[in-house]
Write a protein that binds this ligand. Structure first.
Ligand code: BGC
Length: 758
């Protein structure tokens, strides 16, 4: 194998002790350096929506999440996920990469592409979606953007890290099909399309084995199957046993362990407990990483923070989701005669990011109140009342009364509501999905004095709307919108921007309806992924449950018309290509963006499958009256399910339903296509059931003719149905020997000549 980086020479020049020191960090955020060999130290730091580089970092090597250098705080992933816009997210990635590069950061710890299994996960604000295809496309865009600046991206947290409760100990008990169809595809898509410089192995265990020590995940799936070339880095403090981790495929343990891990590794190599070749593999990965990313400061003064702030504003505007807009109460006309009561602490003190390792020291922060006042024309008056404090869920009688009075005196009330910062964070999970009671009471009292109410929400994880939304004519979900979120909200309220965000997760009617309700967060030891593949809309659709707002939903100030859906199939089996085309028109009076979503369902399948699954989407901007032809292409994988018994994707021949629409429950056009695939070659054995034999084109006739001659009533379809689930070998006992073992052995010999009969 060619070795352009000279890794082999370096490996030979490093002592065992030096190699052991290279596979764990030097301090909190850096790797070890060997000047004599030209091996530099690189910095790895957070995070997904903004650079969090500890300002006092240099020299101290201490672990610190505070006192970070100023950086642009972009909207968090739950907002960006709602943009459904890979191009926009790529630009955010470029900006993140530029800021990281300027500060000499080699690897940015993000994006986080864990699937939102439950709305209770305290860290959902750092994740994109409940859907693997959407997550994968958006995560890949962010990685592409960051890496276009030469900085490495570290995709996290691999894998099945879907809760904060017991995150360092819990084992995610998840079956292989569910892993493959829900929790791994986003990582797979990013690895196979963008080759991220690094993947972060998660804290938790997966089916009993720590993710950092999981050979199946780190070596078999990630490297051997997906062809990952980068380095596997542990989450901070995720390594329980460095020897097991190196053997499983980990490259770099972070943060440093003050030499403890290195000493254990040296001893293990000397005693033979760790194969030195495994250590060399780990070191080689670290060397390649160090050589491929920046390690010197480029000068933060080169960063165009003003441009990045403008991008943060655009990203926030594209990410907000207009959930409802009765009587087109929005947008406000900035030139109208209008008095607007702006109510709620969040209008003045925006909550624009979440807590934990992703906390950014924003370069500046804009609030919605000032931005609204700035946009409002002379005839618009904007008044403000705080209404409540964010810190506690207690009625503040004076603030409350003043807010109601302010609302009563205005034409329209805009209430800025949201989750207190303490309700969601890295490190712990949520216990409910409700807004604080004092905010809901304020909304009720405001609505009693002024029927024209708009609610603007600030929250990372989803919040329930069903208990209060009857009091609001419009709801604009702003998420944690980053440092320019206030300005973006003002742009949207006044129609300077047209809402184009779509829900990347379902808003349920109540917590009890959510997929993992009975299995979240599990016990100290383990959490059972009992809902299997039925996560997010797959669950609500399978149970035909009503929801407040479905996955993919979001309104615009204009309207869109869908027409001319066409689908053609070329090829078959693994080579099948389905071309789907349609025409989209802006049928309203404003320019706007629609997110066209393509879902696939397989109504008759050999296994249970979701009613429909998102397979492709496009965000399209159209002027009023403009129309555009769109085309999507699907391949075999888009139609397949993962078979855990054969450990592979299976495409079944037959009909597939293609639906195109504006949300998972607003499907405008449908088409059915028929796909050919070779019959599944099953290896039939005595353990295969009678039903499996009968489903097999080779096995069925042989079985029927063999058993018909036994005097049994096997040709009777009722009998066949009754015994369909019986493994063939059991027929010897169950028929009292009338079907004898020798006959069955002959049967195996005919259908699978190379299988030993017993
Ligand atoms: C988080 C990671 C983060 C790391 C470094 C961990 O606690 O889970 O997402 O990148 O800390 O700050």
């Amino acid at each position: 194998m060619p070795d352009p980086t000279g890794t082999a020479d370096l490996l030979a020049a490093l002592s065992l002790e030096e190699k052991a020191a290279l596979v764990s960090g030097r301090g909190a955020w850096d790797t070890a350096a060997y000047e004599r060999l030209g091996i530099a130290s690189i910095t790895l730091t957070d995070g997904p929506h903004g650079l969090r580089l500890a300002a006092d970092e240099e020299g101290t090597g201490e672990f610190s999440l505070s006192n970070a250098v100023p950086a642009t705080c972009f909207p968090t992933a739950s907002a960006l996920g709602s943009s459904w816009d890979p191009d926009l997210i790529a630009r955010v990635g470029e900006a993140l990469g530029a800021e990281a590069r300027a500060s000499g950061v080699g690897v940015l710890l993000g994006p986080g592409v864990n699937i939102k299994r439950s709305p209770l996960c305290g860290r959902n604000f750092e994740y994109f979606s409940e859907d693997p295809v959407l997550t994968g496309r958006l995560g890949a865009a962010l990685v592409g953007g960051v890496q276009s600046k030469g900085v490495g991206a570290c995709v996290k947290h691999f894998a099945a890290n879907n809760q904060e409760t017991e995150r360092l100990r819990v084992s995610a008990q998840v079956d292989e099909r569910t892993l493959r169809e829900i929790y791994l595809p986003a990582f797979e898509h990013i690895v196979t399309t963008e080759q991220p410089a690094a993947i972060m192995a998660a804290y938790n265990r997966v089916n009993g084995v720590y993710a950092t020590q999981n050979r199946m995940l780190l070596t078999e799936v990630l490297r051997e199957e997906w062809g990952f070339q980068g380095a596997v880095v542990s989450d901070w403090g995720a390594v329980a046993d460095p020897i097991a981790a190196i053997s499983a495929g980990l490259n770099l343990e972070m943060p440093g362990t003050h030499g403890v891990s290195a000493r254990r590794i040296v001893e293990a190599v000397k005693s033979g407990a760790l194969d030195e070749a495994a250590l060399d593999r780990a070191v080689a990965g670290v060397l390649r990483l160090v050589q491929s990313v920046p390690h010197t400061r480029d000068g933060a003064d080169k960063v165009d923070f003003a441009r990045h702030h403008a991008l943060a504003r655009q990203a926030a505007a594209e990410s907000a989701v207009l959930l409802k807009n009765e009587n087109s109460i929005l947008p406000f006309d900035p030139e109208a005669q209008l008095s607007i009561a702006v109510i709620g602490d969040f209008a003045h003190e925006p909550r624009y990011q979440g807590a934990g390792s992703s906390l950014v020291n924003a370069t500046r922060v804009e609030n919605a109140l000032d931005a609204m006042t700035g946009i409002a024309g002379r005839s618009v008056t904007v008044t403000y009342a705080r209404g409540f404090t964010q810190a506690q869920d207690e009625r503040e009688p004076e603030l409350h009364a003043a807010a109601v009075a302010t609302a009563a005196a205005a034409d329209v009330a805009v209430l800025f509501l949201g989750l207190p910062a303490g309700d969601e964070s890295e490190g712990y999970d949520r216990t409910h999905i409700d807004l604080p009671q004092d905010q809901i009471r304020l909304l009720e009292d405001v609505a009693a004095v002024n029927p024209r109410v708009v609610v603007v929400l600030a929250n990372g994880g989803v919040v329930r709307t069903s208990t209060w939304e009857q009091h609001a004519s419009a709801i604009l979900e702003g998420w944690l919108a980053g440092q320019a979120g206030g300005a973006a909200i003002a742009d949207l309220l006044f129609g300077k921007a047209n809402p184009s965000g779509r829900l990347a997760e379902t808003v349920p009617l109540r917590l009890e309806d959510t997929p993992a309700y009975l299995n979240f967060p599990g016990t100290t030891d383990s959490v059972l992924y009992g809902e299997r593949i039925y996560v997010g809309y797959r669950h609500y659709d399978a149970k035909t449950l009503p929801v407040s707002y479905p996955f993919g939903h979001g309104l615009s100030y204009t309207t869109f018309a869908y027409s001319d859906l066409r689908a053609s199939v070329e090829g078959e089996g693994d080579d099948v290509r389905i071309r789907v085309s349609l025409t989209l028109a802006n049928s309203g009076t404003r320019a706007g963006k629609e997110v066209v979503q393509l879902y696939v369902g397989d109504p008759i399948a050999g296994v249970d499958r979701p009613a429909r699954e998102l397979k492709a989407f496009a965000k399209v901007e159209l002027a009023p009256g403009e129309s555009r032809d769109l085309e999507f292409e699907l391949g075999a994988r888009d139609l397949s399910y993962f078979d855990a018994s054969e450990h592979r994707w299976i495409l079944e021949a037959g009909e597939f339903e293609l639906s195109v629409g504006a949300s998972s429950r607003d499907l405008r056009l449908c088409e059915t296509v028929t796909v050919d695939a070779p019959p599944r070659a099953r290896r039939l054995s005595l353990d295969s059931t009678v039903g499996e034999w009968l489903a097999d084109p080779v096995g069925a006739p042989v079985l029927i003719s063999t058993l018909s001659g036994t005097g049994s009533s096997f040709q009777n379809p009722e009998i066949q149905r009754m015994v369909a689930q019986v493994p063939l070998g059991r027929l010897v006992t169950l028929t009292g020997g009338r079907i004898d073992a020798a006959k069955l052995d002959r049967l195996i010999a005919i259908t699978s000549p190379d299988t030993p009969s017993r």
